[in-house]
Design a binder for this molecule. Structure first.
Ligand SMILES: Cc1cc2nc3c(=O)[nH]c(=O)nc-3n(C[C@H](O)[C@H](O)[C@H](O)COP(=O)(O)OP(=O)(O)OC[C@H]3O[C@@H](n4cnc5c(N)ncnc54)[C@H](O)[C@@H]3O)c2cc1C
Length: 426
């Protein structure tokens, strides 16, 4: 959303002069309002930048993020398949500070004091806030896979479901696999981060094997009853490009892993010993949200008011991105997290001005998946706020699927990535 649109959404009664756009506007305790954003991923980086833009730099924003640079999960399967490098999917945080005046602090938030409105950092520092925005992404429920808690297990059997060192390490494991060896991918029960992501990963590994290790095989063990996203398009890609190379086994719920032997153990099916085992464990909101008591849905996801993203469990704390309990049909995606970030930023600016937040958020989502190094398929949807149900609902007749994979969509997918990275970080 552009600033002009944002001004319009505040309504006819709010003249621009009345907005003050927070430049010199009334502020809490006579000081400039303070917003702290936790996590510089798709949701948090967007929210940090847009609170500055929407307030005409009238609100101080501090972004706390442990990583030196943003590394994108979207396109990271291309790195796993050897078609791109980590450098290709890495963007620095510099512009957030230089162009937008966001204070970027390289640290971890360890605890939140909702009463005092402060966060404590791993370095020991304390930051005060008027409004806190949490976008910590996901963490893994290792307790459901006892063998993965043994020393060294998580360094050997990788998830590569947070882009970074594990992404490159998984590609190295594939390179070290002898021709004829098997790569096994275990998918958890939905909901998990990026529904089509695992099937895209299978395509990318198979595209690598097809050229580098033609006797090797990809075996997908899915805890779900069936392919959870873009089913027809993935089945067509597997049959057109990877016949005999990809095997799909649904209803395989992983219950343990012997990392020493790369053995996957299932609830009802035989054990499977892989050359490379890639395990996506059950997921839940990032640890900071869980330990702060914000994950009120099954102790996994954070329930929020979809107009403002304010937590239902704590005042003045907003949660967004993958960490939230989604409305039906809303995917856990980077595109969604980016849209949450803007909606939340607009709401936070309004609330800090003592105004009503915009009442009609509308999100668009497109998830592209590479089925070969160049050909791509997409799924799209549009979601609007329903005031009666107080939730997001899909807009009838909106969205849809690609009719077929194409290189043109490959160009769109790369364009999408460059645009969204610029929207968040340029
Ligand atoms: C392989 C793969 C492919 C994908 N492909 C797509 C795609 O094509 N399109 C799409 O839209 N989505 C895709 N996704 C999903 C997308 O990556 C996520 O939905 C998105 O990253 C969610 O954004 P987020 O802000 O919630 O979390 P993240 O982007 O993960 O950001 C969370 C940030 O919080 C930081 N953090 C966590 N805890 C703390 C703390 N205590 N203190 C400070 N910082 C903290 C982390 O370091 C991290 O930088 C893909 C995901 C994967 C794994």
């Amino acid at each position: 959303m552009q600033r002009r649109q944002f001004v319009q959404t505040l309504g006819a009664g709010s003249a621009v002069a009345g907005l003050g756009l927070l430049t010199g506007c009334a502020s809490i305790g006579g000081k400039r309002p303070q917003v702290v954003v936790v996590g510089g991923g798709y949701g948090g980086a967007t929210a940090a930048k847009y609170v500055r833009l929407f307030s005409d730099n009238g609100i101080d924003v501090t972004l706390v993020e442990p990583n030196a640079n943003f590394v994108s999960c979207p396109l990271s399967n291309l790195v796993v398949g050897g078609h791109k490098t980590l450098a290709d999917i890495t963007v620095p945080y510099d512009n957030l500070a230089r162009r937008h005046g966001v204070k970027v602090v390289r640290d971890m938030v360890e605890s939140i004091d909702a009463e005092k409105r402060t966060v404590k950092l791993a370095s020991g520092a304390t930051l005060p806030y008027d409004r806190l925005i949490l976008s910590p992404g996901i963490d893994f429920m290792w307790n459901t896979l006892p063998g993965m808690n043994k020393a060294g297990a998580q360094d050997k059997v990788l998830h590569a479901w947070k882009a970074g060192p594990q992404t490159a390490a998984l590609h190295e494991q594939l390179k070290a696999l002898p021709d004829g060896g098997t790569y096994a991918l275990a998918i958890p029960l939905a909901p998990y981060r990026c529904p089509p992501g695992p099937y895209e990963r299978a395509c990318m590994v198979a595209s690598y094997f097809k050229v580098a290790k033609p006797k090797s095989k990809v075996v997908i063990f899915d805890a779900n009853d069936d392919i959870t996203s873009k089913k027809g398009l993935f089945l067509k890609a597997w049959s057109d490009h990877y016949k005999g190379l990809i095997e799909y086994r649904p209803k395989h719920k992983l219950v343990d892993v012997d990392a020493a032997t790369n053995t996957l153990k299932f609830e009802f099916n035989d054990d499977f010993k892989a050359g490379v085992a890639n395990v996506l464990p059950d997921m839940r909101a990032g640890a900071i949200a869980v330990k702060s008591g914000l994950a009120t849905a099954n102790a996994r996801w954070c329930e929020v008011d979809f107009l403002t993203f304010e937590s239902k469990a704590a005042k003045n704390i907003h949660v967004l991105g993958d960490a939230i309990q989604i409305a039906p049909a809303m995917p856990k995606s980077g595109h969604m997290a980016n849209q949450h970030g803007k909606t939340c930023a607009a709401a936070v600016v309004s609330l800090l001005q003592g105004k009503e937040p915009p009442q009609q958020p509308l999100y668009a989502n497109t998830c592209y998946s590479f089925v070969t190094a160049k050909e791509v398929v997409h799924v799209a949807s549009v979601h609007r706020y329903d005031a009666a149900q107080k939730t997001m609902v899909t807009v009838p007749g909106s969205g849809g699927l690609s009719s077929a994979a194409s290189e043109l969509e490959g160009a769109y997918a790369l364009g999408w990535a460059n645009n969204i990275w610029a929207d968040m970080l340029a």
